[in-house]
Write a protein of this length. Structure first.
Length: 332
């Protein structure tokens, strides 16, 4: 797509994004929500903030489209630990912050958040939280690659605490019961689990995370029987037993497009992670996968938008709680 057309698309989506009804408060009765967010929270405090974040995000993601998956993942990891408070962005001299936890060592895209925050500090110093910047950057990055758009209610404040020990994120090795519980305690249901797993339609993982699954699943040189044997053979050609670095597409054949193809892959038993395959072991999540396959993803974009709005409300800080960081990597 030509640069001019892509810019026009981003601008158009931005207009759509702020036309949704507001304010937002406690979606679906989530008991963990404390206070309300509003789509127009910065209307008078920093009226250009969304356009500033959108411009910076476009500058980075248009040059490096793989950042879309990385920034979406960062927002998810932030919200699942201490809520959507920007705590994943904090650095620690002792390397004991969330970003130092093993699941977060492969996070990318901090420079995008920092650049957007710096631009905002020049325009509206001390006004916009890093938590809100991260939420917007994730949404706008997906929009750049022509993925779904969702409204981002604003008004989060930044947390001051970030602990490696608390980074207990949903595991790619988890069964569906564990995953459902991980999501339930955050106010998300089984549908949210399978819908948000659909984000695996973009991005890559590495051979290291699937090595045992394809080479030595039970310690007898076998592979996971939940995987399609022909797909295992393909993966073995790419990932040797000692290879931990080679990248592997999470949605083979469609890893650069944000679409519903991921559900076709899972239905064919080609889900890369155990957590992907596990979605076939629950009635609700399996039925959703089958529906998306049959309807060619008819409802996926809307469902993803709805679940992302819910995700953005997890354990938020509002009012006088937390702070507005001047730099996202450090508390004030």
């Amino acid at each position: 797509m030509a640069l001019k057309n892509l810019l026009a698309l981003v601008v158009l989506l931005g207009v759509v994004g702020v036309s949704v009804a507001k304010p937002y408060g406690n979606p679906l009765g989530n008991p963990r929500v404390k206070g309300d967010l509003d789509l127009d929270y910065y209307r008078f405090k920093c009226p250009q903030m969304e356009s500033i974040v959108r411009r910076v995000t476009f500058q980075y993601v248009s040059r490096r489209p793989t950042l879309a998956a990385a920034l979406l993942r960062m927002h998810f990891h932030d919200c699942f630990v201490r809520g959507c408070d920007g705590s994943v962005l904090l650095k620690s001299p002792n390397r004991d912050a969330e970003r130092d936890a093993p699941p977060n060592l492969t996070l990318r895209g901090y420079e995008v958040v920092d650049a957007a925050k710096s631009a905002l500090e020049r325009k509206c110093p001390g006004v916009v939280s890093c938590a809100d910047v991260l939420a917007l950057v994730a949404r706008d990055a997906v929009a750049v690659i022509r993925g779904p758009w969702w409204p981002v209610p604003l008004g989060r404040r930044d947390g001051r605490i970030s602990r490696l020990s608390e980074a207990n994120l949903p595991s790619p090795f988890a069964d569906v019961k564990t995953l459902k519980n991980n999501f339930r305690v955050k106010g998300l249901n089984s549908k949210d689990l399978v819908v948000l797993s659909g984000a695996h339609t973009i991005g890559v993982s590495s051979c290291g995370l699937i090595s045992s699954r394809i080479h030595n699943f039970t310690g007898k040189g076998d592979f996971d029987p939940a995987m399609n044997p022909s797909y295992v053979r393909t993966l073995k050609k790419r990932c040797k037993p000692t290879d931990v670095r080679t990248p592997v597409d999470m949605d083979p054949g469609s890893a650069r497009r944000f679409d519903s193809h991921y559900f076709n892959i899972v239905a064919q038993k080609k889900g890369l992670f155990i957590s992907d395959s596990a979605l076939l072991n629950d009635f609700v999540t399996k039925r959703y996968i089958q529906t998306q396959v049959v309807t060619r993803g008819a409802s996926f974009a809307k469902d993803f938008s709805d679940s992302m709005v819910k995700l953005g409300f997890i354990q938020i800080l509002t009012g006088r709680k937390g702070e507005i960081r001047r730099k996202c990597a450090f508390v004030n």
